[in-house]
Design a protein around this ligand. Structure first.
Ligand code: ZN
Length: 87
C-alpha cells in the first residue's frame, strides 16, 4: 500500500485573507475599571498574562463590541486600538 503523496496546497490559502488582525482582551481589570482590548502585535501583548482570544476582525470597533459581551467595560488599548480608546 502506498502512503503519502498528499497535497499541501492548503498551506497558502490564509494569505488571501486580507487585513484581519487577531484581538485579545485582558482578563485582568485596569485601575480605572476597564478591560483592555489588544491586537496580537501590540507591544503590551506580552504583558497580558491572563488573556482571552476574542477573534479576528477588520476593525477594533468590532473587536471591542465582541469583548463587551464578556466584559461590559471593555475598552480599546491606547497604543494598538487608538480609535477605540475612550477612557
Ligand atoms: Zn495594545
Amino acid at each position: 500500500m502506498k502512503k503519502g503523496g498528499g497535497r499541501h496546497l492548503f498551506l497558502f490559502h490564509k494569505i488571501t485573507n486580507t487585513m484581519k488582525r487577531k484581538y485579545y482582551v485582558n482578563n485582568n481589570v485596569q485601575y480605572n475599571g476597564d478591560y483592555e482590548v489588544h491586537v496580537s502585535t501590540c507591544e503590551y501583548f506580552s504583558m497580558m498574562f491572563n488573556r482571552t482570544e476574542i477573534g479576528e476582525f477588520d476593525t477594533c470597533q468590532e473587536a471591542v463590541r465582541k469583548a463587551k459581551k464578556l466584559y461590559p467595560k471593555a475598552n480599546g488599548c491606547f497604543t494598538c486600538c487608538r480609535p477605540c480608546h475612550t477612557s
